[in-house]
Design a protein around this ligand. Structure first.
Ligand SMILES: *Cc1c(COP(=O)(O)O)cnc(C)c1O
Length: 592
């Protein structure tokens, strides 16, 4: 960078299949990408010598359109690369099925609060020297078949390391794999080790050297989140690499199968276990990383159970504070808590904010959101009415419809205790029929609610919309099936805007929840060996608490509600941010 650290001085390379930098730059699908972007923004604030690597997606993830009945239609995203990114001159190449595939990369500079920068490079195979198939490999995020996906991961891992070298990043001491997608970078590092030793093939000794350089963060206990590729596809991609298969014990999935069999209660074995031997990206990363972590304390525990025998730490996720704080709260903090952008811990002083000013800032964020609702749906929502927000990927375990389990009861509560309106948003993965069905069910519930409880489902959930929803509602609802929510981060965004969470005790909320102080729990927590909490008991807890605690507080004791809002900022906003998170990565993983 012209004003920053030279490539040869940067020491941490962060690899991620998705990195969310701007709402309109279609380089992300959801939580994983948002976390990657927030991590890089915090690294820039802190002046960490980091560099980011990802793939360029010319068709993006997808733009979501919803029909009358909630049927999801997916459209390619139209965008111009040059509007966001600058092309670099360096080129790298790699071999796929014996063909040489050339890569270029595009750069985005993330600027930190003190003027430091972190460059992010997006790898692009769309070059005239490549075949049509290869040109399309950097086309869509999480699209295509298994072979397409494997090729993308080869480009990210192997191509990413080669591109770093071509760009002059010669002194990287840590390679951080944000999820197993980037695991193949370790193969490139193994090759480099062998080459340094003047050998043509990889030895166990090289594994030790590579392990010291690699950091792996696993992000979910859900089987579909752990990529497995049949060995036939792996040999197809790398036809001349028998030496990798000498290291079979490093890659194989047999152990995983055995462990998953022991935890039937929450894992769908059909998906997780495939016949035969396959390349399991999670095992690859586990075996080739010197530091491994889950993304919240409970997720660390669950991961240690899933991957018995591995040393797995926990670093709880965060969000980038300035990015997810609404403009009116930014102004409030700038006035009363100077320095909060540089040092997020300062936000603990939010307990001393004048309640009236917190309320005005909140109402302004709410008005911004309700304006969006009205523009997009024609529904006029009432800024004085208690508003529940729920926005996240539409998929089975997130249980978006738990709130609507008993529509008549919800109507009775709204009529007797205080009116309620609900704002939903979220995309279903194109290959997740269950997720798409949930959206249709929510549309049906909306019709059943009629005029008694106003509800909208906003389409095309994105970074910008996420920021407006988390800031503009009165309570942030989260109802995952425990223990499947590894962390969750949207509740952290809400907390920075004084929006308390009302959530199942799962993921980060186990750490962030103090009943009646930072928000409210739903049901009991999941305990190893006891199985999941009863569905009916969770539904009962949800309605009961809404009826007898939350609505009476909101409508009857506004000062009490404001106290909870301030505690959400002071206790959770000050802690569940990527600045604190990265400090832990620095001490535990990067500079150890
Ligand atoms: C924050 C965010 C997510 C992640 O939310 P979770 O609570 O982890 O489900 C997903 N998508 C977008 C657009 C976001 O902003």
């Amino acid at each position: 960078m012209q004003d920053g650290i030279k490539p040869s001085k940067r020491s941490i390379a962060y690899f991620s299949m998705e990195i969310a930098l701007e709402s309109a730059l279609p380089s992300y699908s959801g939580g994983l990408g948002v976390l990657a972007g927030d991590t890089i923004r915090a690294a820039a604030d802190m002046g960490l010598p980091m560099v980011g690597l990802s793939l360029l997606y010319r068709k993006g993830y997808f733009r979501q359109e919803l029909g009358e009945d909630g049927t999801q239609v997916e459209h390619a995203v139209a965008w111009r690369v040059e509007d966001f990114l600058k092309e670099e001159e360096s080129r790298a190449s790699l071999s796929i099925e014996g063909r040489r595939v050339w890569l270029r990369c595009w750069r985005y500079d993330v600027k930190g609060v003190r003027g430091d920068g972190v460059p992010v490079y997006f790898l692009d195979a769309d070059l005239p020297e490549n075949s049509d198939f290869d040109r399309g490999l950097t086309g869509s995020l999480y699209g295509g078949d298994t072979f397409y996906r494997l090729c993308q991961e080869v480009i990210l891992g192997v191509g990413g390391v080669r591109m770093l070298r071509a760009l002059g990043y010669t002194r990287i001491r840590r390679y951080h794999m944000n999820e197993g997608h980037a695991g193949l970078l370790a193969l490139q590092l193994l090759d480099e080790e062998a080459e340094k030793a003047g050998r043509a093939s990889v030895r166990k000794r090289d594994v030790e050297n590579v392990r010291r350089k690699c950091v792996f963060t696993t992000h979910t206990p859900v089987p579909a989140g752990h990529d497995q590729f049949p060995m036939s596809l792996v040999t197809r991609v790398f036809p001349n690499r028998e030496d990798f298969f000498d290291l079979k014990d490093v890659f194989c999935a047999d152990l995983m199968k055995q462990i998953l069999r022991e935890h039937r209660e929450f894992l769908d074995l059909k998906e997780a276990v495939q016949a035969g031997t396959s390349l399991n990206m999670t095992y690859l990363a586990l075996n080739l990383s010197g530091f491994v972590n889950g993304v919240a304390k409970q997720h660390g525990e669950v991961s240690r159970m899933m991957f018995n025998g591995y040393d797995i730490a926990a670093i709880t996720n965060g969000v980038h504070a300035a990015t997810w704080t609404s403009p009116t709260f930014q102004k409030l903090y700038d006035t009363h808590i100077p320095g909060w952008r540089e040092d997020n811990f300062c936000l603990r002083a939010a307990l001393g904010l004048p309640a009236q000013e917190v309320w005005s800032a909140h109402q302004a964020a709410k008005k911004t959101l309700l304006d969006v609702v009205s523009q997009r749906t024609g529904t006029q929502m009432d800024p004085e009415m208690f508003t529940i927000g729920f926005a996240r990927r539409a998929t089975g375990y997130k249980r978006a419809d738990l709130l609507l389990s008993d529509i008549e009861r919800l109507k009775r509560i709204a009529a007797a205790v205080g009116k309620v309106q609900i704002i939903y948003a979220g995309k279903a993965h194109p290959n997740d029929p269950g997720g798409k069905e949930i959206i249709r069910r929510l549309f049906a519930a909306k019709r059943a609610l009629g005029n008694d409880v106003a509800m909208v489902y906003l389409d095309d959930y994105s970074f910008d919309l996420g920021a407006k929803i988390t800031a503009g509602v009165d309570v942030w609802l989260n109802t995952p099936q425990p223990p499947l929510e590894a962390s969750g981060t949207s509740g952290m965004k809400a907390a920075l805007n004084g929006v308390p969470s009302f959530s199942i005790l799962d993921g980060w909320w186990i750490e962030g929840h103090i009943e009646g102080v930072t928000g409210w729990s739903i049901g009991n927590s999941w305990r190893e060996g006891q199985g999941a909490p009863e569905h009916a008991a969770e539904v009962e807890s949800l309605y009961q608490k809404l009826e007898s605690v939350i609505l009476p507080l909101f409508y009857g004791q506004r000062d009490g509600y404001l106290e909870v809002m301030k505690h959400a900022i002071a206790l959770n906003g000050s802690f569940f941010n990527t600045q604190r998170m990265l400090q832990q990565y620095v001490t535990d993983a990067y500079f150890r």
